[in-house]
Design a protein around this ligand. Structure first.
Ligand SMILES: [Zn+2]
Length: 253
């Protein structure tokens, strides 16, 4: 399979693609993701309200095939991966991809709160934060603590009424920090910034040397093979080619 190389994407582009992927994670594939970024007006896109995504149309000037290549680059460099849901290949985050996305998503939520404060919004329905990814929610609370903004306290109090115990406890701590009754640990800010910078570097795809579970020999898992496996949603092969041929069994791919 011929692959046209994509120049490295900028950090901003990587984040834009990760943000769009958030709308369809584990429920849509590469094509749908490309359509969000293209700003497609297709029925399905509009029905799913994907046009509300902040990075909808981010690559509107580009051809859909070129956007697909960028998405493949994201997969090759370990930001996104394909997972099969039955026969359907779905986009999911890698650990690296989620690390970046959860941080920018928490920022997005925080900025929305700032907007509420600015507009004097009262009594928002806070149940929208319930059942979100717990790690992202705890990160949001950490960022609220760091913000020191007492104007957030009424929102926190409303939120406290609707969420689960574990989250409630953390909300309470956050309120205590904003009231100046507890101190916030700022050393995590720098650590977090550095880890995001590191994650944004991605991995340069290269041949891998794997150890065969059958014969114990080392074997090369080439870049081309890796891309093939990734696009099929397979994990790394467990056995070398010789052992696989010996078994003559597709299941050991
Ligand atoms: Zn072997």
């Amino acid at each position: 399979m011929m692959k046209t190389k994509v120049d490295s994407l900028s950090h901003e582009e990587i984040k834009a693609i990760l943000r769009a992927a958030d709308e369809i994670i584990a429920s849509g594939g590469r094509t749908l993701l490309a359509k969000i970024l293209k700003g497609s007006k297709e029925k399905k896109v509009l029905e799913l309200e994907l046009d509300k995504c902040p990075t909808y149309g981010y690559f509107k000037a580009e051809k859909i095939n070129d956007i697909m290549k960028k998405i493949d680059w994201m997969i090759d460099c370990d930001f996104l991966e394909i997972q099969y849901s039955g026969k359907l290949p779905m986009i999911v985050y890698t650990e690296r991809g989620w690390h970046i996305e959860s941080d920018q998503y928490a920022d997005e939520l925080l900025n929305e709160w700032r907007e509420w404060v600015r507009k004097g919004k009262q009594n928002p329905d806070m149940s929208y934060l319930k059942d979100r990814n717990r790690g992202m929610i705890l990160l949001l609370l950490q960022k609220i603590k760091e913000s020191g903004e007492q104007a957030f306290i009424p929102y926190l109090e409303l939120w406290e009424k609707v969420d689960y115990k574990k989250v409630r406890e953390e909300i309470r701590k956050t309120i205590d920090v904003l009231n100046g009754n507890e101190h916030v640990n700022f050393s995590t800010v720098r650590e977090r910034t550095e880890s995001i910078e590191e994650a944004l570097k991605g991995v340069e795809p290269s041949d891998l040397l794997l150890k065969c579970w059958g014969c114990g020999d080392r074997f090369i898992f080439s870049l081309g093979e890796q891309q093939f496996y990734k696009n099929k949603g397979y994990s790394h092969p467990k056995r070398c080619k010789k052992c696989r041929d010996d078994e003559n069994n597709e299941f050991y791919l």
